[in-house]
Write a protein that binds this ligand. Sequence first.
Ligand SMILES: [Zn+2]
Length: 317
Amino acid sequence: MQAVAPEADAGIERWLDGDQPKWDTIDFELPCSRCGYDLRMLTLPRCPECGLQFAWRDIIEARRRRNEFLFEYRWRERPVRSWLLTAFSGLRPWRFWRRVSIHEHVRAGPLLVFLLSAVPAFLVTTHAVAGALWLIFWSASRVPGGPTARFFGGQTLPVFRLLADFAVEMALLSINAGPAYVYVALAAFLILGAATLLLVSLRQTLGRCRVRSAQVLRVAAYAAVPATITCGALLVASIVGVGCLTLYIAPSLGDVVTLGLALTVPVLVLGVYLSVGLRHYLQLPRPWLLGFTASAVAVLFTLTAFMFTTVLLQGGW
Ligand SMILES: [Zn+2]
């Protein structure tokens, strides 16, 4: 028996009698899209295992077609274009998940690649946003009569000039930070990996049913890339603004504010993107609790791993 409904040129009517499936003509597997329970010969369009409600027509139709824009289906023909389309559509998650059906055939390989591409996407975004901010503040600082601020030590300095200096430092982070730059990429990788693994390990209990791990991976991958893009942009903008001014006005607060932003922004942004997928795509109960728990645990795990490694390298304990 085939695993997927064939992409035949004939319509799907040969498998349907009105809205009911014609079981004697269906020669492909028909598992529940969410939990994998065999739906064959059921009379009601509701999974007895996980309670997912569906329309037979939607399942059969979605299983035999390829989504028109997702990287998961188009990576062979149009890798760059489909990556960009998927990543930027994902920035509006409510709209994105309306265009993706839970009944589509999930392809784990390309999804894993897409998930991993979130790390370079994060780095590129931070440099691009920092570069753009530098250009804006530098242009503003050229205009005479701009705002000035009285800083620690009684010095009066032009605000836009300070912001421009801070932005250019962030844009050149890869050069200035040297080998420590690898930690930025590693942190993004660990946060995304930990959140995905946590959700996959909880899949037995998610919504009181065993959710297919490929479906959990799909939510994690399509949340990861837009989350890192948003996170990169917000982190740079907030660190440049708040961090820079704090650093000059009260230098002792600078590190605390930067660390606070670096912890809360990823938890909030990744939490929102995961929760919307868990709610609108997997239709699970308590999606916000699950999404924010996964992102908070992942960020705390990464922080602990870094602190532990630092102490160990410095010969503590
Ligand atoms: Zn089910």
